[in-house]
Design a protein around this ligand. Structure first.
Ligand code: ZN
Length: 255
């Protein structure tokens, strides 16, 4: 497992990222009765279950995007990663398991055939680990994607989640939904609170994403106190805390 890959920061890659972001592959209309907040955890470390505990306290559920080559491994940064028991426990507790590719593939760089094979292996490995439910949510590793990748993800999954910040409201691309990162800095907290406020005012759909959750999270993780604060504020404002596919249904993105 390669734990340290970084997507290209070249000017060409940056331009491509903007072009891909604006070219919608699967247009959908987001119009929920109540604002919907979807907390998501990528890769994912076992410490993400601390996030599940917080959501459940507020009557909510979340989404966990599983990168299957990391299953049973120990990340040098995020600690122990999920395993078959973690999947079973989350399923039992009503959370959603999503796909995140098998090898944490950069979908902006790989050819479509490679993307199809890699995500196919992701789904097969989940099923072999005892997760037999239909997997209908996907998150692009690093948020990286291409137009053909978005088209294919839109055919196979109900939702594809990226990492471009913002609230999903009105006309959106359901194969590259926006998401706001949660982390330890004051800037992360400010941005998250501003996005939550905007989502509540516009009756939109807001994804948060992070990795591990704890009192002192890794550089990729979020403090448990921040999840607590956001979940509390969202619940107080009458928002629904739902996993990606229930969120999509509540927003009218799928049946
Ligand atoms: Zn990831």
């Amino acid at each position: 497992m390669q734990w340290t890959y970084t997507p290209s920061r070249s000017p060409t890659a940056k331009v491509q990222r903007r072009v891909v972001q604006w070219r919608r592959a699967c247009t959908a209309e987001v119009a929920p009765d109540r604002p919907v907040i979807t907390f998501t955890f990528d890769d994912f470390p076992k410490a993400a279950l601390n996030g599940a505990d917080v959501l459940e306290k507020h009557g909510g559920r979340g989404g966990f995007y599983a990168c299957t080559s990391m299953m049973g491994m120990r990340s040098p940064v995020m600690g122990e990663m999920f395993d078959a028991n973690t999947l079973a426990e989350l399923r039992h507790r009503g959370h959603e398991i999503g796909a995140h590719s098998h090898t944490h593939l950069d979908c902006a760089r790989a050819r479509l055939e490679k993307i199809e094979r890699d995500i196919g292996e992701n789904l097969v490995t989940l099923s072999e680990a005892g997760h037999h439910e239909t997997v209908s949510a996907f998150a692009f590793p690093y948020g990286e994607t291409s137009y053909p990748a978005k088209r294919w993800v839109g055919d196979v999954f109900t939702t594809g989640r990226g990492i471009l910040p913002g609230v999903n409201v009105g006309e959106v691309d359901r194969s590259q939904l926006r998401a706001v990162e949660l982390g330890s800095s004051a800037m992360h907290r400010r941005r998250a609170l501003a996005a939550l406020k905007s989502c509540i005012e516009t009756h939109g759909w807001l994804f948060f994403f992070t990795h591990d959750v704890g009192p002192s999270p890794s550089a990729y993780g979020a403090p448990v106190g921040l999840i607590e604060e956001l979940a509390q504020r969202a619940a107080d404002a009458g928002a629904v805390l739902a996993g990606p596919t229930l969120g999509a249904a509540l927003c009218g993105v799928c049946d």
